[in-house]
Design a protein around this ligand. Structure first.
Ligand SMILES: Cc1cc2nc3c(=O)[nH]c(=O)nc-3n(C[C@H](O)[C@H](O)[C@H](O)COP(=O)(O)OP(=O)(O)OC[C@H]3O[C@@H](n4cnc5c(N)ncnc54)[C@H](O)[C@@H]3O)c2cc1C
Length: 670
């Protein structure tokens, strides 16, 4: 069945404006009688909750952490995009729209991306008004830097802590409403199911994570803003708690899940150190503004470095292969993430990896330190500065830009990245797939919305750096508050939604039964045992490169792990206390289903696009040899899966993508 995106008619550039001019509004007095549940208070949910409350709705907001300030969004390092053209380097809304559609390998919905580009500039104004301390240049103007896949500087940042500062802004906006009583905040609450009444989302079942109590909450609409599902790989750069439970639960209740196979493997993460690791750490893409990526040209040098006979700093310029600059002269080290990740994998697969596991390449700041140092010496009028002086001056600039990232690296790896290049390797980072939503950000269930990383998003098959924060805040501050109003305008006479009804009874029963199963199962293996097994299958067979054989094996293997999980999982403790193992069990159970659908989706999409690289679909000769080969004839659609029990039985619905304003081309960054 084809899906209706409900994209407004008319020229692309006018769609959002005319949409806003024509929707139904709710008058202020009626807003006071309408309740909205927002699950998740990261940047997407936090901004939505604050804005809806400011508009006058009664908001109930939920988060599993002890404060909205601890949402995974806090980890965002590098920045947020906006088409302000402060640098006068040719940026515009159109160019941001174009870069995003191209960066996503032509697998996103034009109308949504255009709207995103249009509202991007408002986000910066909003956040500056809230007091977000974006970096400023010498003259006091907001500064910008570049991220991958673009030729302009449009990324606003707050050192390497952009997410934290933006989240503090959203949190302050929320707090104002909490104080006014317009937001009721439920920290340490986990949504475990959505409740549908007459086909419409009318509430949720949540567990109080401190007491274990199961609670019913009703509303006229429910917004899911629960983040991405990268932890399906076990190891990722996501926060340890990031999970797919809310998204998966609504999928089981009728919300289609779109493009689960579109995952971003980020090129610059600290390499894995061993089997007992539970978390990977990102080194922000912003570092590629100044860091140059390389491996040794000769295998002898690779071996000498691995065996400790040589240091990377011993190698001359001629002995280094700056492979991104060599392969992609136009974009160099700032190619998009999917391209940079595959290029690192290619070098490491060919044996050039520089650490003991053979899974690391260098990210080197030597040139940048020298460049900045010489510039500073000139500015300070120092003639013929010594090498040490140049280094000292250059290091100060690099430290000002990326100091906290260098400190993180130093603490984790115990090496000084100012003196020796960082070692990096790709790791799972972001999920472009997610809950399918129409132009209104509504799922296939009436009154059930999904925003931020949890939805299938505007990024197509690959997200450009610094665009996730932009999308989450666009959804929350500037899009959802309009679209949900149009829907709620039909609910002004509905009155409070009661929770003592059969629909709530049934949903609560399901939730309670599952919890009771976990605490009573007394199996022999820990939750992490299964999570690690799933992650290994995902990484090896559904990771950076995928093929038919591996994907079929992955589906069968994940199913087998899932069956074992339900027999053997062991959850210590009880249901009526704080029980992190119990929380994890529920989340891993959902990952074990999502993982199989993920592999099924990857198998269905027999083309390479963005982060989804099918080995069967690569260019075999010509200038693009080895690069991804898209198939627009057969796959220019969003794959939205309908739940039918077993993940293998999910039914495919297609949203055909129309490109009226952008010509589909092979993506080239050469
Ligand atoms: C290390 C790192 C660095 C990044 N840097 C950047 C960057 O520089 N620029 C950029 O644009 N993007 C960046 N990203 C991506 C970006 O941070 C995320 O995509 C974005 O923050 C997601 O925001 P969100 O609001 O959708 O979800 P999250 O911030 O993940 O918030 C999820 C919320 O949902 C709640 N929740 C989840 N499940 C439940 C449940 N069942 N019940 C109740 N509550 C629930 C959580 O408590 C939380 O409040 C980075 C990502 C990582 C991992």
């Amino acid at each position: 069945m084809a899906l209706d995106s409900k994209t407004p008619k008319g020229p692309l550039k006018d769609k959002w404006t005319s949409y806003k001019n024509n929707i139904d509004l709710v008058n202020p007095a009626n807003k006071r009688n309408i309740d909205v549940i927002v699950v998740g208070t990261g940047l997407a949910g936090g901004s939505a909750a604050a804005t809806l409350a400011e508009l006058g709705y009664n908001v109930k907001a939920f988060a599993y952490q002890d404060s909205p300030r601890r949402a995974h969004s806090i980890a965002a390092q590098g920045g947020i995009n906006a088409a302000k053209n402060y640098q006068g380097d040719g940026d515009s809304s159109y160019r941001l729209f174009y870069d995003t559609v191209k960066g996503g390998d032509y697998r996103s919905r034009e109308s949504n991306v255009h709207r995103l580009a249009e509202v991007s500039a408002n986000i910066i104004d909003q956040c500056v008004a809230q007091g977000v301390p974006f970096a400023r240049d010498y003259g006091g103007m907001l500064d910008n830097r570049s991220f991958g896949g673009v030729l302009v500087s449009r990324t606003f940042y707050a050192k390497g802590q952009t997410g934290q500062q933006l989240l503090l802004g959203a949190y302050s906006a929320m707090n104002r409403q909490i104080a006014r009583g317009k937001i009721e905040m439920f920290n340490r609450h986990e949504m475990l199911d959505v409740v549908k009444v007459d086909g419409k989302a009318r509430g949720i079942i949540a567990r109080n994570l401190i007491t274990g109590e199961i609670e019913r909450h009703s509303a006229h609409a429910v917004v899911i803003a629960t983040g991405g599902y990268g932890n399906v790989y076990f190891l990722s750069t996501n926060a340890m708690g990031s999970n797919a439970t809310a998204a998966w639960k609504i999928h089981k209740k009728g919300a289609h899940f779109a493009n689960p196979c579109y995952t971003q493997i980020h090129p610059t993460c600290i390499p894995r150190s061993g089997d007992y690791q539970s978390k990977l750490t990102l080194m922000s893409e912003s570092l590629r503004n100044d860091g140059r990526i390389w491996v040794p040209k000769s295998m002898d040098d690779v071996m000498a470095i691995r065996e400790g006979r040589k240091k990377p700093t011993d190698l001359s310029e001629e002995e280094r292969d700056y492979y991104l600059e060599r392969r992609y002269p136009a974009f160099g080290n700032l190619v998009p993430r999917d391209v940079a990740s595959r290029a690192a994998k290619e070098r490491c697969d060919a044996g050039y990896g520089v650490n003991k596991t053979g899974e690391a390449v260098y990210l080197d700041f030597k040139s940048a330190i020298a460049r900045y140092g010489n510039e500073q010496a000139k500015l300070k009028g120092i003639n013929n500065p010594s090498a040490d002086k140049v280094y000292e001056l250059g290091q100060a600039i690099v430290e000002a830009k990326y100091g906290n990232l260098f400190q993180m690296y130093n603490k984790i790896v115990d090496e000084d990245p100012y003196k020796t290049p960082m070692m990096i390797y790709p790791a799972t980072h972001y999920t472009m797939g997610g809950v399918w939503v129409d132009y209104n950000l509504m799922t296939t269930v009436d009154g059930l919305y999904c925003i931020g990383e949890a939805n299938f998003s505007d990024h197509g098959a690959n997200r450009l750096g610094a665009s996730a924060l932009m999308q989450g805040l666009a959804d929350g501050y500037f899009v959802l508050p309009y679209t949900i109003g149009d829907y709620l305008s039909k609910d002004i006479r509905t009155g409070k939604i009661p929770t003592d009804t059969a629909a709530f009874d049934e949903a609560e029963k399901e939730v309670t039964e599952r919890i009771n199963f976990f605490v009573n199962n007394k199996g022999s293996k820990s939750v992490d045992y299964f999570h690690k097994k799933l992650g290994k299958i995902m990484w090896e067979k559904v990771g950076m490169a995928r093929n038919e054989k591996g994907l079929k094996e992955a589906m069968a293997e994940i199913k087998a792990v899932r069956e074992d999980f339900w027999k053997e999982v062991k959850v210590p403790g009880t249901a009526d206390e704080m029980n992190p193992e119990l929380e994890k069990a529920g989340r891993v159970a959902d990952f074990l289903e999502l993982g199989e659908l993920f592999a099924k989706d990857a198998l269905n999409r027999n083309e390479s696009c963005g982060g989804h690289f099918r080995e069967e679909s690569a260019e075999t000769d010509g200038p693009q040899k080895g690069e991804a080969k898209r198939n627009d004839t057969d796959y220019a659609y969003v794959a939205a899966w309908e739940y039918k029990g077993e993940p293998a039985d999910a039914v495919l619905h297609k949203e055909e993508l129309e490109f009226n304003d952008i010509e589909l081309k092979q993506r080239s960054y050469k």
